[in-house]
Design a protein around this ligand. Sequence first.
Ligand code: SAH
Length: 377
Amino acid sequence: MAAETSTPLNLLGYSRSQLTELLAQWGEPRFRATQLVKWMHQRGVTDFDAMTDVSRKLRERLSRETEVALPEIALEKASGDGTVKWVLRLADGNAIETVFIPESGRGTLCISSQVGCALDCTFCSTAQQGFNRNLTAAEIIGQVWLAMQRLPAPEGRPRAVSNVVLMGMGEPLANYDAVVAACQLMTDDNAYGLSRRRVTLSTSGLVPALDRLSEDTDVALAVSLHAPNDALRDRLVPINRKYPIARLMESCRRYVEATGAHSGVTFEYVLLAGVNDRPEHANQLAGVLRGIPGKINLIPFNPFPGAPFDRPAEADIERFERQLQKAGYVTTVRRTRGDDIDAACGQLVGQVEDRTNRGMRMIRLHAELPERPRRAS
Ligand code: SAH
């Protein structure tokens, strides 16, 4: 926990094992951690005085030395299609975004793991913001807490949020400890009790961290592939220069084996007109993924101001998908939701932020890019 000595410990981000450890140092029995986790995450209680099955003495010490603090809602926007976007203000003034996407039978919460991102993927608007800092575990799980509290349960379901995806701002595996603690809370029966299949960590492919992940959690894995060969992926997802496709695929295979994830890996592939959506790309992709259990999620590019790419025509998207299906893959095409409130994939940019450095970063981005994509045929 990166709490400063002058500020109280924020218990919201403690996994049950971390809380057990802290309370053990205070001479408290194990079950106290379970009680506190239930109060904070199941009942949404942040006031220690209301935690009536905890001894008065412990409650007093908790109030003195710790807190349960949440990000503040700076903006809540609902889209015509039911999507809700929150801009959350953190204690240091930074802002992050969280999006809720209702679908029939389920509701998916898309959460952020960092303020900005350092990875510089050329098709992603978060990259333009640059990297500011990691979120704390409390700030990550706080997004789940807020959504669970604010969204009314739909008829016939216990709660609105049934799935969580770490696909908002940031690279989750670059903020390993906090992300792991938050994932543990999401899947802890005493906290949010989501099944591990309903929590998805999406990574651009930080291989060393991915290789450790199965020791700490077994949530579902999504990998942002976006290109079927290293030359192209080096340009679209620059971290590929460090951890090329073959190494990443090996790491994916190991994660699936270690966690026994039946559904395998979800490979995300943003379709960029004329850049990675040609028949030869589909062909190569089918080859690269051969033998790795999983499915392919095709994501038509969502444009943002100044973006150097276009969304492919519907016919090209369909052709790409059909080709993969013929090669034996399970595919889905992600339909854009919430784009009327800038909540679609790759559109999360702190709109209430001062974006004075944006112009400069745009210039650098353009300088790195190849010529504007052209249709090959
Ligand atoms: N850093 C992690 C988590 C961020 S989510 C990762 O890279 O996986 C990143 C996902 O957002 C990508 O896989 C892609 O699905 C989506 N995305 C980013 N920019 C996009 C854009 N402009 N249009 C469509 N999808 C985009």
